[in-house]
Design a protein around this ligand. Structure first.
Ligand code: G4F
Length: 335
């Protein structure tokens, strides 16, 4: 009998890659989605359109404990990947309350429902390098102290601690991945990498003549989402639940991303990019760089896609969907 996995946030970037990965390993894959998504699949299930019929979707809300219990009673998963969250850091400054409510309660409800209904189910929590915030050491490891700089970062620290407490207090197999930024052509348009590659494709297509960005000096450790979902799975295959940093170990500024993306199509970013102070955050995370030595030695995981490959794949995909001949179009099909 095939193993059953349940994913919250299955319609997101990570959820879609994880669903593909688990299906490829013979899993029966279930996903929790909001009722509106089931009612409006064309608009809301875009990233998993190719998986409809292969995954089983259940309407429930992370704000409703009984709805989660109902799904768990029906599915009885062996593995649960909790990816759903308000994940846009900038938005968490506009509405701290909803970010904290959704992210903290969502994780707590999910763990409490699992404890009541299927306590033997293995649980993955999507922690974040935003928990390190104003970093207290370079590079960041599992032992680095947290210093979050946004309601989003605080919500992830709370989720991380709730997960650890369910592991320690109730003996549940509950692990957290401390994932550094991970991108792909499926990234939401509001995040800086996709904003750059989509904006660039619009410029190439003659539909736009500028790209407004915020802080170009911020540095991130950017990997590929497809590589990172494998780390989530590996964590749940271990005898002992634990927490792992998942990162490439390289850091690059937003400015470097811009230069590489524009350079790959032969455009000079100085002609198009406008720095807009309105897009700066009230508190910024200036530098993130992770050390995933532990994941390498225990999980046997390491990032496969480098920065340049990631940038090219994203530019190529956005150029292709804008109908542009991309000089490196082959890159869009290589993975
Ligand atoms: O792409 P971002 O919005 O991602 P951020 O804030 O690093 O968070 C992402 O990674 C986290 C893992 O570390 C996740 F937990 C989180 O859910 C999310 O996936 O911004 C990256 C950097 C920031 O320093 C931001 O100030 O880019 C800078 N930036 C500069 N101009 C911009 C812009 N960010 C956005 N979104 N839009 C801009 O125009």
């Amino acid at each position: 009998m095939s193993a059953r996995a349940l994913i919250t946030g299955i319609t997101g970037q990570d959820g879609s890659y994880l669903a593909e990965f688990l299906l490829s390993r013979g899993y029966e894959v279930h996903g929790i989605v909001r009722r509106v998504a089931v009612e409006d699949p064309t608009r809301r299930l875009g990233r998993i359109a190719h998986l409809i019929g292969k995954v089983q979707l259940h309407a429930a809300s992370l704000e409703s404990f009984p709805s989660l219990c109902n799904v768990l009673r029906k599915v009885r998963p062996q593995e649960c990947y909790h990816l759903a969250a308000q994940s846009f850091v900038s938005y968490s400054f506009d509405d701290e309350f909803s970010t904290l409510n959704t992210n903290v309660n969502g994780t707590h409800y999910m763990l409490a429902a699992l404890k009541d209904e299927v306590p033997e189910c293995r649980f993955y929590f999507a922690g974040s390098s935003e928990m390190f915030g104003k970093v207290e050491e370079i590079p960041q490891t599992e032992r680095t102290r947290f210093h979050p700089r946004s309601a989003y970062g605080i919500s992830k620290v709370a989720g991380f601690e709730i997960t650890r407490n369910y592991r320690e207090a109730y003996g549940m197999h509950a692990s957290s991945g401390i994932l550094f930024n991970h991108e792909s052509p499926r990234r939401g348009f509001e995040f800086v990498t996709r904003k750059i590659t989509y904006g660039l494709a619009q410029i190439m297509a003659g539909k736009s003549d500028q790209l407004r960005l915020g802080n170009l000096q911020a540095k991130r450790d950017w990997g590929h989402a497809r590589d990172y979902v494998e780390a989530m799975w590996l964590m749940l295959q271990q005898d002992q639940a634990d927490d792992y940093v998942i990162a490439t170990g390289e850091t690059h500024s937003v400015d470097e991303f811009v230069k590489l993306a524009f350079g790959s199509v032969g455009l000079d970013p100085n002609r198009y990019v406008i720095v807009d102070e309105q897009l700066f955050r009230p508190a910024e995370v200036n530098l993130l760089i992770g050390d995933s030595a532990r994941a390498r030695s225990i999980l046997g995981w390491q990032a496969r896609t480098n920065f340049e490959e990631l940038v090219r794949e994203m530019v190529a995909a956005d150029c292709l969907s804008a109908g542009i001949e991309y000089p490196f179009a082959a890159a869009a099909h290589t993975h």
